[in-house]
Design a protein around this ligand. Structure first.
Ligand code: AMP
Ligand code: ZN
Length: 430
């Protein structure tokens, strides 16, 4: 049983549909200033694309392209056609923003609804979205999908565990969306409060937005007494709803009528052999407002060979095993070490060296930054030092949206490594 017939399309029909949509997408792209000049210079013509494999004729699009053409350089429609935008974090590093037309929002909601249906949520279910709302797509993206499916949707947002429990109980919630680290934290909270998870009506959790292992999934399932399904997405490809596990929990179906996915060797840019791990590259097929061609996600995964027992024909990707760049994900927020460096270096008190440490406190990932302070500011006045510590923490929070622990250390006290500086130390046990 599928939410939409397209989920079971025969492979050949799916490829035909992809080709048609790819051609249309390329034509649309030509209208943006960025793609207009880039594709024009390469003499790309939609009619030269006769199979999805022809996608290799197109150049890649990178995060830097989005940054370099921020905010409007990739828009393909008149400004009054847009109804929403989502954006990545950051105030010093140039952010990236994705703009959606009403059609884009509608087709995205359809994809998310499809995912939710695939894990067994149905009209009549009550669904609590326990992830943050705002510019982050995990809020409104999941929300609109849940409403589309006809679920009674509780927009709880993240945090405030006490209130979450009250909502879960009062409204007999049967499904939730939560990031894995918060799910573990929430399990601890229930334990501390003496609440038996089995006393709740919930049965399904969608977990995603950050990397996690099969072991973490098992723990979440055991501790909360529910089934947890992996959900993958990224803002550049709308947000959640890109690839999702079905009830078989055997990899995530990537919706191939809405995206063309490729797995490449991040060094050479060539396709890897079927089943091998590489970088996921994605093209939108159903977006009018800001379509992206061959976007380098930097996420590492592989296609799972073979068909899924659920009957859906769309290929599955494995859980994300890492990144081809240095992006960190803490409490669901994407953080580049460079953002931290830029924020630190904008403060006159900070000397040259710093060290980013990732550690675990309970089940939550935390960020600690050791910062070398210039001698003239490294004074004995405790109040001055505490004020400085607070100033640095709040500057960093503005930048990466997570409040780090800040430890002030003396100039030249962080050990230097030979060769490349080690800026990030991961103390979380894997
Ligand atoms: P954002 O655009 O802020 O939603 O972040 C998207 C990024 O979060 C992706 O490129 C991945 O690196 C990460 N991500 C999202 N979902 C998952 C998931 N299910 N497993 C692992 N990483 C994920
Ligand atoms: Zn399946």
């Amino acid at each position: 049983m599928h939410y939409e017939a397209a989920e079971g399309l025969a492979k050949e029909s799916l490829r035909k549909l992809q080709t048609e949509r790819l051609k249309r997408t390329i034509s649309t792209c030509m209208r943006s200033s960025f793609y207009g000049s880039r594709l024009g210079a390469l003499n790309i013509r939609p009619e030269d694309f006769t199979s999805p494999d022809d996608i290799r004729k197109l150049p890649f699009t990178t995060k830097d392209d989005l940054r370099g053409n921020y905010p409007y350089g990739l828009l393909c429609q008149p400004m009054d056609q847009y109804v929403r935008l989502h954006a990545s974090s950051g105030t010093t590093g140039t952010p990236t923003a994705i703009f959606y037309t009403q059609n884009d929002i509608d087709s995205w909601a359809g994809l998310v609804a499809r995912c939710m249906y695939a894990v067994g949520l149905r009209k009549g279910d009550v669904f609590q979205n326990m992830s943050g709302y705002g510019l982050f797509t995990g809020g409104l993206g999941i929300h609109y999908g849940a409403e589309r499916l006809g679920l009674l949707t509780v927009p709880a947002g993240a945090g405030n565990s006490k209130r979450q429990v009250k909502l879960l109980r009062d409204f007999n919630v049967s499904g939730i969306h939560i990031i894995p680290s918060y799910a573990l934290h929430f399990a601890n909270f229930l334990k501390q409060e003496g609440i038996d998870p089995k006393s709740l009506n919930w049965r399904i959790a969608l977990i995603g937005a950050e990397p996690h292992t099969e072991e973490i999934r098992q723990r979440i399932q055991d501790l909360l007494g529910i089934k947890a399904y992996n959900s993958y997405g990224l803002t550049e490809m709308n947000g959640p709803g890109v690839a999702f596990e079905c009830e078989k929990q055997a990899g995530m179906h990537l919706w191939e009528d809405a995206y063309i996915a490729e797995i490449i060797d991040p060094e050479t840019g060539e396709w890897v052999k079927e089943g091998e791990v590489g970088e996921l590259v994605m093209t939108t097929l159903c977006r009018d407002g800001m379509p992206l061609l061959r976007y380098r996600t930097r996420d590492l995964t592989r296609f799972i060979p073979g068909d899924c027992a659920c009957g859906r024909t769309h290929r599955r990707i494995d859980r994300i095993t890492g990144r081809a760049d240095d992006m960190l994900i803490i409490k669901g927020c994407n953080i580049y070490p460079m953002q931290i460096e830029q924020a630190l270096m904008s403060l006159p008190e900070v000397a040259q060296n710093y060290l980013i440490e990732l550690f675990k406190e309970g089940e939550m990932d935390q960020l600690r930054i050791k910062v070398e302070i210039k001698d003239e500011y490294f004074v004995e006045d405790m109040r001055a030092l505490t004020a400085l510590q607070k100033k640095i923490a709040s500057r960093l929070r503005d930048e990466v949206l997570v409040t780090p622990r800040v430890e002030l250390v003396q100039h030249d006290s962080i050990p230097k490594s030979e060769g490349k500086a080690v800026r990030v130390v991961d103390l979380r046990d894997k």
